[in-house]
Design a binder for this molecule. Structure first.
Ligand code: BTN
Length: 247
């Protein structure tokens, strides 16, 4: 039974971006907290930093969740990413192996991206007044044409075709469960669960930042969402999004 997220589902046949659609609805109408806006066909899906999000009509899940997490202070914003990534990871892990959360906002399976998340917050007086959480989950798409580096879908992983409505229901229940933990103040539990599922956590790998290539080990994500990497025979680095590249 959903406590916060998914009680109301608004399905649209076609829209540019469900995040834009949700934001428009929130400005124009009274939108109940937890409402989900889903598009069968998203014609100009947005990713981070003006990237496009590729999704073939009717093949995947492209949707946005509207919440009002006013109980979070601005420095706690990254908790929303943790909650959403965990909810998706928990759900997919029931039927897919090797699902991981890739910092800051992706869900990966075997080094490939199956889900991207774009969270857009409205902040007033140091509080998050509203948040639109856009989720693109690649489900039944068999070919990807954009220059995204490593997309994959559930179908490409397992060979199966998935019922989108049933999958959406499971994903929303799982995100709702994790969000309820956040509302209940279980920050440490969520933080631990997030780190337990973090891609390349505590393993030596190659990284690149604006100064150099190096071998390092991810040792965690701090409260404000920076990735912490221990360089081999070097210092500890802390990065905001896009300041470091996984090689
Ligand atoms: C990323 O990995 O860059 C984030 C991708 C987010 C894509 C989703 S699809 C639903 C929602 N609407 C959008 O325009 N973007 C998000």
């Amino acid at each position: 039974m959903c406590q916060h997220i998914g009680k109301t589902l608004v399905k649209v046949d076609r829209t540019e971006s469900t995040n834009n659609y949700a934001i428009g609805q929130v400005y124009e109408n009274e939108v109940e907290e937890g409402t989900v806006f889903l598009a069968h066909d998203q014609t100009a899906g947005r990713g981070h930093f003006a990237n496009k999000w590729e999704s073939e009509a009717g093949k995947n899940l492209t949707f946005s969740i509207f919440i009002r997490p006013a109980f979070l202070a601005v420095h706690q914003t990254f908790m929303l990413s943790k909650v959403v990534c965990l909810g998706i990871e928990n759900c997919l892990s029931k039927f897919i192996d090797d699902v991981k959360i890739k910092w800051p906002n992706d869900v990966y399976v075997n080094d490939r991206k199956v889900c991207g998340i774009l969270i857009e917050n409205g902040i007033m007086n140091s509080q998050i007044r509203q948040s639109v959480i856009g989720i693109g989950l690649n489900v039944n798409q068999a070919r990807f044409h954009s220059d995204a580096p490593n997309p994959v879908s559930l179908k490409l992983i397992s060979g199966e075709t998935y019922d989108l409505d049933a999958l959406l229901k499971d994903i929303l229940e799982s995100i709702d469960y994790c969000y309820a933990q956040l509302v209940a103040g279980k920050f440490e539990y969520l933080d631990q669960a997030f780190h337990d599922r973090l891609y390349r956590f505590e393993e030596w790998h190659a990284f690149k930042d604006e100064n150099h290539h190096y071998t390092g080990k991810i040792t965690g994500v701090n409260e404000i969402g920076q990735l912490r990497i221990q360089e081999k025979e070097g210092p500890i680095h802390e990065y905001h999004f896009k300041e470091v590249v996984y090689l």
